[in-house]
Design a binder for this molecule. Sequence first.
Ligand code: GDP
Length: 589
Amino acid sequence: MSSNGNKLELPASIVVRDLAQMIEKSPIDLIKKLMTNGVMATINQTVDFDTAAIVVAEYGFEAVAEIVEEEVKEEVGEVPLWRQLIADEDKSQLKQRPPVVTILGHVDHGKTSLLDAIRSTDVAAGEAGGITQHIGAYQVEMKGRLITFLDTPGHAAFTQMRARGAQGADIVILVVAADDGVMPQTREAIAHAKAARVPIVVALNKVDKPNANPERVKQQLAELELVPDDWGGNTMVVPVSAKQKKGIDDLLEGVLLVADSNEIKANPNGKVVGTVIEAELDKSKGVIATLLVQNGTLASGDVVVAGTAYGKLRAITDHKGKPVKKAGPSTPVAVMGMSDVPSAGDLFQVVDSDKEARAIVAERVEAAKVAAQSKKKVSLEDLFANVQSGEAKDLNLIVKADVQGSLDPIITELNKLGQGEIGVKVLHAETGNIGNNDVMLASASKAIIIGFNVQADIDARRMAEKEGVDIRLYEIIYRMTEDIEKALKGMLAPDLVETNLGRAQVLQVFSASKFGKVAGCKVIEGELKRGAKVRVYRGADIVFEGDLSSLRREKEDVKEVRQGFECGVGFKNFNDILPGDILQCYTVE
Ligand code: GDP
């Protein structure tokens, strides 16, 4: 970093303090400047080049990008937990395993239909009498090779797994309807796959439709850096019709080709680890979990730990419900015998004994407790409490969206919502995924992060967990506004309901050393109650509002005095009472 005349060399991102130092301004001054530009940042936070460029321009500098020496960066990023667990596996023992494939794509583009079509190509399924169980995954054979499909389509399952550091899939089949083209969830799926560094094979579906326009879709894909292979790019785009079951073999062959150019290997004799695909509690059979073995070979009788669930496996069945003794890498199996229902995305591993399993679980339970205690989450749900205790007046939000086009209407909608008692304050709005910077900002400003058609980077998720930052992802604007609206309503201070108890007229005023001024009154309507609220009217004016602190009848303290009776009334902090004043007594709930 250096400044040369009015030119200022800036890196891709810079900490506010350092930036202030560079331009020889006070950090406070700079933070204020940032705020006037809509950027909320603290002294220790980083701003990106573009932001820095805008603010330094206001101080008369022209920002130029710092030239960094090309650095060969080790590809860091997500290394799925199961891979980390087998990092010390002997490389020479690694053998090819079936690729694990998941299907992503926009709603209604044909994910479910495609999964069904693929499943029905499997001859073996027919042999088993067509009785296929749904266990969350299945395998099909293509040219003597197996392919494993995770059959819970949808991004939620994929993200959930990734959020846990798990990664089931080696390859993503991105379904794009040829008559509809690239849609928001298509883009989202691409972002997911890219972030997880999982290769994509595009299934250009619904080519049977008369209004199918494959060329247009290819154009759209190319714009998203998925250049079709027949255009000279690297992305396999296979035209299919899930409905007519056409092109399915080509698609599967494509998957195998992609698998071959990616090292998809594991050691069948190594440490047994994998991922929980799904799990449920069956009334008669107990816990049934689908496990995807990712390394080693799972056998019945093995003791397995997954999250805080563990147990000795009693029965293992394959996706056709057939009992099996063993399951090697990339094989999905349903197992029984776990103590508890593990969560989808939990990593599982085989341990030596029940005792070891219990020890691991005890440790995890303890760790979870500690983590829960240290969390002070600013969630939509508990913001209400903060508002009530006076800690928060506004709902602070950080909004991230996929495109500027959706960002603007979102902000408009949010601003509309914030016109009640509790304001909605959008601290920061930007396109792009939710990253560490957003979480830091949210944590620092007690804000909630709203993501629209974006995802949170794995690092950001981890940090959010740690910092107790609530990240909410939406795909539909009204779902988001609905949620926020609900929260705001819940947060609104309860409506105060006033109940009129009665009225009295002041006849005389005495001075009592103990109570200050005491009004001798006659109750003309309803009753007066000690401890209730009182409003003093003088003509049309209200001269006092406060507490009715003492109430006496014939020198006796009483709780209430009814219509027609006379009494003495003392007020808290009010001494200007005059004969003729009218008291109105009421309660507030
Ligand atoms: P998902 O939401 O992505 O799982 O989509 P579905 O598989 O439920 O399919 C959505 C709709 O598209 C259904 O009505 C399917 O029958 C239809 N569909 C799926 N694939 C094809 C196809 O190849 N051709 C035609 N014409 N319709 C299809």
